[in-house]
Design a protein around this ligand. Structure first.
Ligand SMILES: Cc1cc2nc3c(=O)[nH]c(=O)nc-3n(C[C@H](O)[C@H](O)[C@H](O)COP(=O)(O)O)c2cc1C
Length: 202
C-alpha cells in the first residue's frame, strides 16, 4: 500500500472476524515495527503485552470492564483475536538520561519538558496501527479505565513501573459502526496551523 493511503485510510476498527486469527508472522511484524519508533536518547522505554489466546483475551476483558458490563462497543471489541498493551517504562528514561552523555544524574523529573516515556510509547503504538492497515488488518487504540488498572496489573503480573498507555485490538475487519466522535469532523489546517506566529482564534 502507498504510505499516503495507509495514513489516510486508517481508522479505528471496533468489530472483527472472530474466526480469523492474526498469523504469527504478522504479529511479529507489528511488534518489530513498534521498535522502529523514535525514542528520546534511544531509551526505548517500552514493553508490549501480547494477548492472543482465548483465555488471556477473556482475562483482559474481565479485568478491564466492570462485572456484567455489556455494550455494543464491548461486544464488537471482544471479537478481536489479538490485543497488544503498550507499556511505558519511565525508569528506563530516568536511567538513560543519568548516563554520562546526558548527565541528568539526579533523575529529577522536572527536567523533562514532556513525559517522553508516554510520547515514545504512543509513537510505537501509531506504528502498530499503521502496520495493521498496511497488512489489511483493522485495529483500535482505546483506554483502560483508571479504576481497572489494579485488576489489569494483577491479571497479567505487570509491575507498577510499567504503565499501560492504553490497549490495541487487532484483527480482520468485520462490519462495524464508525465512532460518533467523527461527527465532529476533521479540523481544517487553517484552524490548527500557526505560520510564523501563534494566531489566537478570533
Ligand atoms: C489516546 C486515545 C484514546 C482513545 N480511546 C478510545 C477508547 O477508549 N475507546 C474507543 O472506542 N476509541 C478510542 N480512541 C479512538 C478515537 O475515538 C478515534 O481515534 C477518533 O474518534 C478518530 O477516529 P479514527 O481514529 O477512526 O480516525 C482513542 C484514541 C486515542 C488516540
Amino acid at each position: 500500500m502507498e504510505f499516503r493511503d495507509v495514513v489516510r485510510t486508517r481508522r479505528m476498527v471496533r468489530g472483527y472476524d472472530p474466526d480469523r486469527l492474526v498469523p504469527a508472522d504478522l504479529v511479529d511484524r507489528i511488534l518489530t515495527h513498534a521498535t522502529h519508533a523514535p525514542s528520546a536518547g534511544f531509551s526505548q522505554g517500552w514493553a508490549f503485552l501480547v494477548l492472543e489466546t482465548r483465555e488471556t483475551l477473556d482475562s483482559f476483558w474481565a479485568a478491564t470492564t466492570p462485572p456484567g458490563a455489556a455494550s455494543r462497543w464491548l461486544a464488537g471489541m471482544r471479537t478481536a483475536p489479538l490485543i497488544i498493551v503498550p507499556l511505558a517504562h519511565k525508569d528506563a528514561y530516568l536511567d538513560r538520561y543519568a548516563e554520562p552523555d546526558k548527565g541528568w544524574a539526579d533523575r529529577d523529573e522536572s527536567r523533562w519538558s514532556a513525559p517522553y516515556w508516554y510520547i515514545d510509547t504512543g509513537m510505537a503504538s501509531l506504528l502498530m496501527l499503521l502496520t495493521a492497515v498496511d497488512e489489511g488488518l483493522g485495529a483500535c487504540f482505546f483506554g483502560i479505565p483508571p479504576q481497572r488498572l489494579a485488576a489489569f496489573r494483577e491479571a497479567f503480573g505487570v509491575p507498577d513501573a510499567y504503565a499501560p498507555i492504553g490497549a490495541i485490538t487487532f484483527g480482520y475487519r468485520a462490519a462495524d459502526r464508525r465512532s460518533a466522535s467523527l461527527k465532529r469532523g476533521r479540523r481544517p489546517l487553517d484552524e490548527i496551523v500557526h505560520r510564523g506566529r501563534f494566531h489566537p482564534a478570533a
